[in-house]
Ligand binder design. Sequence first.
Ligand SMILES: NC(=O)c1ccc[n+]([C@@H]2O[C@H](COP(=O)([O-])OP(=O)(O)OC[C@H]3O[C@@H](n4cnc5c(N)ncnc54)[C@H](OP(=O)(O)O)[C@@H]3O)[C@@H](O)[C@H]2O)c1
Length: 316
Amino acid sequence: MPTKPTMPAVHADRYGPPEVLHIRQMPVPEPKANEVRVRILASAVTASDIFIRSAQVTPRLQIPFRLMMGITKPRQQILGFVFSGIVDATGADTSRFTPGDQVYGCTGFRLGAYAEYRCMPETDSRVHGCLARKPANLSHEEATAAAYGGLLALQYVEKGQIHSGDSVLIYGASGTSGTIAVQYAKALGAHVTAVCSTANIDLVRALGADHVLDYTTSDTPPPGARYNFVLDSVGGLKGSKLKEACKLALEENGQWVSIDDGDLQLSSQRLDQITTLVESGTLKPVVGAAYPLERIVEAHRHVQTGHKRGGVAITI
Ligand SMILES: NC(=O)c1ccc[n+]([C@@H]2O[C@H](COP(=O)([O-])OP(=O)(O)OC[C@H]3O[C@@H](n4cnc5c(N)ncnc54)[C@H](OP(=O)(O)O)[C@@H]3O)[C@@H](O)[C@H]2O)c1
């Protein structure tokens, strides 16, 4: 009997530090009638991957988290939340994609992007994720940052209903979502102030920020500065004196939005919007580092420092 083809895939035997991750050989999955199979060429280490691997959630969320993701170890055998690659097989009932199409997307609760192949339904869901045509002008590594950072940035910047000329502050402008949020707010006509540390000032200026505040050297925004909309794109766990001071600099009807408010929407329509914005040159995702799959532990250690620049990609 012929042996079934296998692929390398990253598992976590339990929740814990990066060292719980191991590469195993797994059977290559076969697409169901409603699925396409993607030969994954790049994934990434995102905030979501760190969160799931470490299970470091507040005590209040421990029980719901473990019911959803697995009681003693991640229920999903293969980890990984974001991917970019090429469709290599299609189920009988699929119609959106054909073999050879370059695609990118997120995997949802079923994870599975840290592997050579992943089957994806063509329709969006929180469980299975979302899939769209990849921007033609990006590498697969860059596409993972566009998918993850783009879905986060567009969803949360759009909450601000920004008008041309609005004064917008992006707190944490150097992460995967922050780098895209700066560019998107600029494209909407905002006057953008970006907050980052000293090492990333040149980066956020190059992305189009009109003003930069360094949270490691400034505790307050400039006198008289007022903001119509603030996006906290690093979430509640990362703060500074400057972040607190910025809350006092909101306009009377201004809006403060945290990227941790509510759930990330996994939408192929929004991925299509990101593809259009990237291909027109409006958005350019940032990838600060890339590691081969074999160095997944090192890549997780890097991201866990909390100081990555843009996205950290995994080449498969
Ligand atoms: N709502 C949802 O469903 C959902 C889903 C997924 C993710 N998220 C949230 O999205 C967030 C964004 O993830 P991301 O990948 O874009 O970025 P990230 O990994 O959270 O941010 C990395 C950047 O944060 C900067 N940073 C670190 N500490 C900071 C501080 N105290 N003040 C300001 N900046 C600081 C770092 O720059 P320096 O090195 O210069 O400090 C680094 O460039 C995650 O933290 C997660 O909470 C939400």
